[in-house]
Design a protein around this ligand. Structure first.
Ligand SMILES: C[S@@+](CC[C@H](N)C(=O)[O-])C[C@H]1O[C@@H](n2cnc3c(N)ncnc32)[C@H](O)[C@@H]1O
Length: 291
């Protein structure tokens, strides 16, 4: 496997995914009852945007750097909350170029009654992850295949679970289908699992039929959030960022309809892109199918 997330850390797609993730974590915490956070593809947990691995922050310029340098305070609380979390990491380790990955954001947010497990398959990334999360007792790091481990922890004793699936997509078609298989088997084990899966928008010919297959396969409420900063079929590489949400919590759609356009406006300086929120499976469709 050649993929290293440090090359892309803090880019617009990371920011899109991480704003949504933190918003989900906050919603899960509206209830006092604890929940389990699972991160199947954890990465290194923390990145140095000034370093050579991050190409000295080239991709982050259209992502976290644009967001942190914005002159005006964002209106949406989700964006401000996320900016606060990034600032907290930077202050904590005294490094203005540090960037938090998904496991750090979650570990930073978990309460005493919550716990988390994150899996990373590459030994070097996993060692970095262990260092990044050293101070967090509620988040367990395992150097293992996240998909293989899912079945060992679900259903969890908490009966409430937030699952992030964020593969590297070195082989996009196969990995998209593999992720959906894992979503379906996780739902069989714990039907109310809240799942967020990231997918790349590179080529409409891959994304559109895949979303249609997802729609047919799922019997749980699901929506997609998409944010793109280049025309969706351009050949730049990554045109946009997609998030598939299964069992999205109450009002997550309404809040996303506020923060996503604002985030898009902050990141898409060239004004070549757009954003969209689409229900793929509505709760009423599921109830109807089960009736
Ligand atoms: C896109 S990155 C993860 C980024 C991270 N979720 C974040 O938002 O900060 C994908 C990571 O998954 C790891 N990986 C690939 N296949 C895996 C598997 N089957 N189980 C666990 N980790 C895997 C890769 O080594 C890479 O570090």
């Amino acid at each position: 496997m050649k993929y290293r997330h440090s090359f892309h850390a803090g880019n617009f797609a990371d920011v899109h995914k991480h704003v949504a993730l933190l918003a989900l974590l906050r919603i899960m915490q509206r209830k006092d009852k604890g929940f389990l956070y699972l991160d199947t593809h954890a990465g290194a947990g923390r990145y140095d945007l000034a370093g050579p691995d991050a190409h000295h922050g080239t991709e982050a310029r259209h992502g976290i750097t644009a967001l942190m340098n914005a002159a005006a305070m964002p209106q949406a609380q989700e964006i401000n909350d996320y900016r606060g979390a990034v600032a907290a990491l930077r202050a904590e380790i005294g490094d203005a170029h540090a960037y938090p990955g998904s496991p750090w954001l979650a570990a930073h947010t978990l309460r005493a009654q919550d716990r988390g497990i994150c899996w990373e398959i590459l030994p070097s990334e996993c060692r970095a992850l262990e260092r990044a999360l050293g101070g967090f007792r509620r988040m367990r790091v395992e150097c293992a295949d996240g998909y293989q481990q899912l079945s060992a922890v679900l259903p969890s004793r908490e009966r409430r679970c937030l699952l992030l699936i964020d593969p590297p997509y070195e082989n996009p078609s196969a990995e998209l289908d593999q992720a959906v298989q894992n979503i379906l088997s996780s739902l069989q084990r714990l039907a109310n699992t809240v799942i967020m899966m990231w997918y790349p928008i590179k080529d409409e010919r891959t994304v559109t039929p895949w979303l249609a297959r997802v729609e047919r396969a799922l019997s749980a409420p699901a929506l997609s959030l998409e944010l793109w900063i280049y025309p969706r079929d351009s050949r730049v590489g990554l045109n946009g960022s997609g998030l598939l949400l299964v069992n999205p919590p109450y009002q997550f759609d309404q809040r996303s309809a506020l923060w996503q356009p604002e985030l898009h406006a902050m990141l898409d300086k060239g004004q070549q892109g757009g954003c969209a929120l689409q229900w793929l499976v509505r709760a009423s469709d599921v109830d109807h199918a089960g009736a």
